[in-house]
Design a binder for this molecule. Structure first.
Ligand SMILES: [Zn+2]
Length: 397
């Protein structure tokens, strides 16, 4: 057994206590004051340079090795979700309407564990521990980048790693990742086609937005199938189309709401531009106008292939090859660690935390009120993060 694994076993009870304490008192969004306090208390006494965020309740802690060397960033997100817990666990949420239903309480505890493990280890370099609020839609990672987390150690990290637990899909203790795209980007677009209303009997005196909006819908489906590589596809869904009030009135405008899912930055950019060009071009060709509003979601989460390989090899060495699986396809969920991976090569790794006695194929998944995440994975998750940092630092800048 590696020395880190043995040390992690000694930490296990502390990490379980911390995780359950966080679980009882979930907080939402960018402001997690109680969570921040608990993290600072758990890190107290370690030789860390610790700073807290100004626009959010983040904690950034830098651990310097015994000599200079490469910087590695490890991240754990800390926020909960607005739902009422129905697990019946003894340490279930005590805050009405809030629950750690995505396992971020485990991520926080594992990152504390990694800090404690690395503080007792010799290495030449630095490790940045990024305790992040606001993953569930508030782009907390983006805020922490704006506040300088990537420069916290004085120079840019050479690599960044994060773990995410799942309450289902994977057997407990199994690690999964992928080279390249791991999760999609999902953007929302509102298109408003503006013409001129009129009497249904005299369309030549109006500018009818309904056939023009319909032409945009069909053009988007042609665009999705003809403008993208079959192996780098996009999914464009027009989920709402609203226009008009009566059968004999030509309405002045039509509104379309659509989502674009993509798996590479290139396809995402092409889809973003293409939707705008098609909508405005088709409307213009018919003498109408279209306005296009993009609400950009999180970017595509793209693993660096060699960092994903390092994660796979490290899991194999620590726990054996049976504990690692390559994901065949990306997932259609999104994750704001993607902002970090846009700037720093790295890997995002899933860790199965389905409790014993539940079938991962049917267990309630993350974000469900009865989703349960098994504490037993805490030491292994902390060990993997610490070991990845050590190996990447040893590999050099
Ligand atoms: Zn999550």
């Amino acid at each position: 057994m590696s020395s880190l694994r043995a040390a992690a076993d000694d930490l296990h009870d502390d990490l379980v206590r911390l995780r359950r304490d966080l679980h009882r008192e979930p907080e939402l969004g960018l402001e997690l004051p109680r969570t921040q306090e608990k993290v600072l208390a758990a890190l107290d006494g370690l030789p860390l340079e610790t700073t807290t965020g100004t626009s959010l309740s983040s904690v950034t802690a830098v651990l310097r090795g015994s000599a200079p060397g490469p910087v590695v960033l490890l991240r754990g997100d800390m926020d909960a979700l607005p739902l009422t817990e129905r697990t019946g666990l003894p340490y279930a949420s005590e805050v009405a309407g809030l629950m750690h239903a995505c396992g971020h309480d485990l991520h926080t505890a594992m990152l504390v564990g990694a800090a404690r493990l690395l503080a007792g280890t010799e290495f030449a370099g630095s490790v940045v521990f990024m305790f992040q609020p606001g993953e569930e839609g508030q782009a907390g990672a983006r805020h922490m980048i704006d506040e300088g987390v990537l420069d916290a150690a004085g120079e840019r990290p050479v690599a960044a790693y994060a773990l995410h637990v799942t309450s289902a899909l994977l057997p407990g203790g199994v690690f999964v990742t992928r080279r390249g795209p791991l999760m999609s980007a999902a953007d929302v677009v509102q298109v408003t086609v503006t013409g001129a209303g009129g009497h249904g009997s005299q369309p030549h005196l109006a500018k009818d937005p309904i056939p023009v909006g319909s032409a945009i819908v069909t053009a988007l489906q042609t665009f999705a199938t003809r403008a993208f590589d079959a192996f780098d596809p996009v999914v464009i869904t027009v989920g709402s189309f609203n226009a008009g009030t009566a059968a004999n009135i030509i309405p002045p405008e039509a509104r379309l709401g659509l989502t674009i899912r993509s798996f590479s930055p290139e396809a995402r950019a092409r889809a973003t531009d293409g939707v705008r060009e098609l909508a405005t071009g088709i409307a213009g060709a018919h003498g109408l106008t279209a306005s296009v509003d993009h609400e950009m979601g999180y970017p595509v989460t793209v693993n660096d292939p060699s960092e994903a390989e390092l994660a796979a090899a490290t899991v194999g060495d620590l726990y054996g090859p049976d504990r690692f699986v390559w994901a065949p396809d990306p997932m259609t969920t999104a994750e704001d660690f993607s902002y970090i991976l846009n700037d720093v090569p790295g890997a995002f790794v899933f860790l199965g935390a389905c409790p014993p006695g539940r079938d991962p194929r049917t267990a309630p998944f993350n974000h469900a009120p009865d989703a349960v995440f098994d504490d037993a994975v805490l030491a292994d998750g902390a060990t993997l993060l610490a070991e990845l940092a050590l190996r990447r630092i040893a590999a050099g800048g």
